[in-house]
Design a protein around this ligand. Structure first.
Ligand code: NI
Length: 156
């Protein structure tokens, strides 16, 4: 299995984990924010669901295809999604990201660009696409921590 297919597999596994963990939190607690300052489960799920469309655009058209204005417009869209809507969109757009990745040659995948997320560093298209996977892992961890705060110590 090449690096691209491995990334697609890991990402799909983390999408499954995100919704498995989120649905394990009782519905009435999905908007609870630790200390009234942390981010709720639903808020984090919405972000994870909103990001892959932006990344698919960047993979298909280059990192400069998405700027601050596009990102802010996407944030406004995702702020209203229910958990079910977020799941449908996340799965659809994760598939679109995978297809965008599969349409590139190995050389295109490894070509370096200035990183849109870390100024002063460079990133390849493959690394950029991996942003979805590590963002999912980060937020699954935060949701798991919220679960422990709510008294649920199980691994979901
Ligand atoms: Ni994030």
């Amino acid at each position: 299995m090449d690096a691209r297919e491995f990334l697609i597999l890991l990402t799909d596994q983390q999408v499954d984990a995100l919704f498995r963990f989120a649905r394990a939190v009782p519905e009435e607690q999905r908007e609870w924010r630790p200390m009234d300052r942390g981010r709720s489960v639903l808020d984090q799920v919405r972000e994870c669901a909103g990001v892959p469309r932006l990344l698919a655009l960047m993979v298909a058209q280059g990192p400069s295809a998405v700027g601050g204005a596009e990102f802010e417009a996407r944030m406004r869209e995702w702020s209203a999604w229910t958990l079910d809507e977020a799941e449908t969109i996340c799965r659809e757009d994760t598939r679109a990201l995978a297809e965008a990745l599969r349409s590139l040659s190995e050389d295109d995948l490894e070509r370096k660009f200035p990183s849109p997320f870390r100024p002063g560093t460079e990133t390849s298209i493959l690394e950029l696409a991996a942003t979805h996977c590590w963002n999912l892992i980060y937020h699954v961890g935060q949701i798991a921590y919220i679960q422990t705060l709510l008294g649920d110590q199980r691994m979901h």
